[in-house]
Unconditional design. Structure first.
Length: 307
């Protein structure tokens, strides 16, 4: 199946109140794992790359892998640029075959965010490419996204209405308490569910939850057993994810969990089987770990069986 615009994937989820997972990839094994999970779960799929992941893999390799995954799986899938920080990278992705791009102007003032979003939309619409933007800032560190806690701010519902009206953007990422990376909360893990509901009633487009990985105690303990140092890592509880979906979240971004399960599986193999040096026997189990993680997310989000 060919890649399709993210807007088409999100429309059914928006109307029927489930969410579609958007999963970051950084290599072939992760790409295969994500598509294999979607195929087994019969779930629509959004597969994402940051600009640093594109640089790591190379645009041509990336596009070829994603297209191969979409064709083999037969699953409705969109290829999405995650946290595009400039118009140039968004335009490059549009021209290269991405079917969705995020232009992240959240570091700019409101006017600047509107202007950069409108510029990308102008180029994206003729190409049938979906555009996501962000209003408000998430704290944390992940890839090239760095926002200190004191600089993080939640999305204002009234500003959200004006932003959507001014830009005609297709999807909006909202800041409601999560953060990027493995350290999402200091103290209790609390999402502002009321804010999600208020924004959902105020705007008529899909809302996106960034920084939504669970960072399970199980994977942290296992990683630590095999040499990782991740004290205090904490993610978003499953109950909070369910409430976020019930109250208006349609797209959920997952990156940290994929990294944790992938690298933990590698740590375990290298630690328990020091005689192994075949990369396939090291990366293969890591691929399986990611596939199972993605399958669990798809069931949690309610997208299983929707493809």
């Amino acid at each position: 199946m060919s890649l399709i615009p993210m807007k088409e994937i999100l429309q059914d989820a928006y109307l029927k109140k489930y969410a579609v997972g958007a999963f970051n990839t950084n290599n072939m094994e992760i790409t295969q794992a994500i598509f294999n999970a979607a195929k087994e779960e019969k779930s629509p799929l959004i597969i994402m790359c940051s600009d640093t992941a594109i640089k790591y893999m190379g645009m041509d390799y990336l596009i070829a892998m994603i297209k191969a995954g979409a064709k083999e799986s037969g699953i409705p899938a969109a290829l999405h640029l995650d946290h595009g920080k400039s118009i140039d990278i968004a335009l490059q992705c549009i021209k290269s075959g991405f079917t969705s791009v995020m232009i992240d102007g959240s570091h700019l003032d409101f006017k600047g965010n509107v202007e950069i979003t409108k510029e990308v939309i102008k180029a994206a619409r003729p190409a049938r490419v979906t555009v996501e933007a962000e209003l408000g800032k998430l704290g944390g560190i992940e890839d090239n996204v760095i926002v200190l806690g004191k600089d993080a701010c939640l999305t204002d519902p009234q500003e959200a209405v004006k932003f959507v009206t001014d830009t005609d953007v297709d999807a909006l990422a909202v800041a409601v308490g999560t953060s990027h990376g493995a350290y999402k909360f200091e103290g209790d893990a609390i999402l502002d569910i009321e804010r999600i509901l208020t924004i959902r009633h105020a705007v008529n487009i899909p809302l996106v939850l960034h920084g939504a990985s669970g960072v399970s105690e199980e994977v942290i303990n296992k990683a630590t057993m095999y040499g990782a140092h991740l004290p205090g890592a904490k993610g978003v509880p499953e109950e909070s994810i369910k409430k976020a979906i019930e109250n208006g979240i349609t797209k959920i971004n997952i990156d940290t969990d994929i990294r944790l399960f992938f690298t933990t599986a590698i740590r375990e193999i290298l630690f328990t089987k020091p005689d192994i040096f075949d990369p396939r026997k090291i990366c293969g189990p890591a691929r399986e770990a990611v596939k199972e993680t993605v399958r669990v997310k798809m069931k949690l989000f309610g997208s299983s069986g929707k493809a």
